[in-house]
Design a protein around this ligand. Structure first.
Ligand code: SAM
Length: 285
């Protein structure tokens, strides 16, 4: 039975192994059973599912995931945590621990070889120093997973959910909303972690869309337009795109495309929604 998930058992196991936290690896371990239950509930795990956990730490959430899923693959970068995981997960025969950097791991191969035929879900209390690169690479690689349930910094969750016009709206909002449907499961205060982070956190579930909500002829072009728009977000879209090194359009091209879509040539990129970026890229393809 899952026995971790509170400050006492966490302190006991880290003291037993003389483990010291590495701030640079974003090591803030969950010590609140209520939050752990919320994450596992939000992940909507079925008994027949396969789960990939990024950064199991001492195995607190992993224990619960092993009880909920058919098989769990847990990828942990810090080799000092591996003997601890061997102990805390010893009673589960449905877990595989991999000592590796998730950014250098072929997750598709893991799914193919370890989680064959299962509906695969990713669950993680993410290290905050690389949240955006991890999320973007999970989404862009179009892994065969149905949902990604993650603890992220509260501000990052707000950016993912943001709509046009606000200061939080940006390339991350558009990318996440293109690939997934977002559900905010909980806001989590710093006192639920050991050690306490300086920032608030949120649990979100990204349910991966089978096909995007918008039709895009050239995804690369749409995301290049989005990057250009937010690279110089205070400029008009026409200026931002014509100044952007990765794109080769004249002012006239962009002005004509905007006119054809009935959008003002004075508009800033931060005012465009996903449908409008898709339509603009389709006209420019
Ligand atoms: N899941 C545990 C929990 O909820 O208590 C620990 C979460 S802690 C916020 C993040 C974990 O990710 C740490 O165990 C850290 O060592 C690990 N980690 C950091 N960078 C990583 C990477 N690039 N690949 C895999 N794991 C990583």
């Amino acid at each position: 039975m899952a026995e971790l998930g509170n400050a006492k058992s966490t302190a006991n196991i880290i003291n037993k192994y003389g483990f010291s936290f590495h701030k640079r690896l974003g090591q803030n371990f969950l010590v609140d059973e209520h939050v752990l239950d919320k994450i596992v509930d939000a992940a909507l795990i079925e008994e027949s599912d396969g789960v990939i956990e990024i950064g199991p730490g001492i195995g607190t959430m992993t224990q619960r995931l092993c009880e909920a899923a058919s098989k769990v693959v847990a990828i942990e970068i810090d080799r000092e945590l591996i003997p601890i995981l061997d102990e805390t997960l010893s009673e589960y025969d449905n877990v595989k621990i991999i000592n590796a950097d998730v950014m250098k791991t072929d997750l598709e191969k893991i799914i193919r070889e370890e989680l064959t035929g299962m509906d695969v879900k990713i669950v993680a209390n993410l290290p905050y120093y690389i949240t955006t690169p991890i999320v973007m690479s999970l989404l862009e690689s179009r892994l065969p997973v149905s949902a990604i349930t993650i603890m992220v910094q509260k501000e990052v969750a707000q950016r993912m959910q943001a709509q046009p016009g606000g200061k939080d709206y940006g390339a991350l909002s558009l990318a996440v909303q293109y690939y997934a449907d977002i559900y905010l499961a909980a806001n989590v205060p710093p006192n639920c972690f050991m050690p306490r982070p300086k920032v608030g956190s949120s649990v979100i579930r990204l349910s991966i869309r089978k096909s995007p909500d918008v039709e895009v002829a050239d995804e690369k072009l749409m995301f290049a337009l989005i990057r250009a728009a937010f690279n110089q977000r205070r400029k008009t879209l026409v200026n931002a795109v014509t100044n952007y090194d990765g794109l080769d359009y004249s002012r006239e091209d962009i002005e004509n495309a905007l006119a054809g879509l009935d959008i003002s040539e004075k508009i800033r990129g931060e005012a465009l929604n996903l449908q409008q970026f898709a339509a603009l890229s389709n006209v420019l393809t």
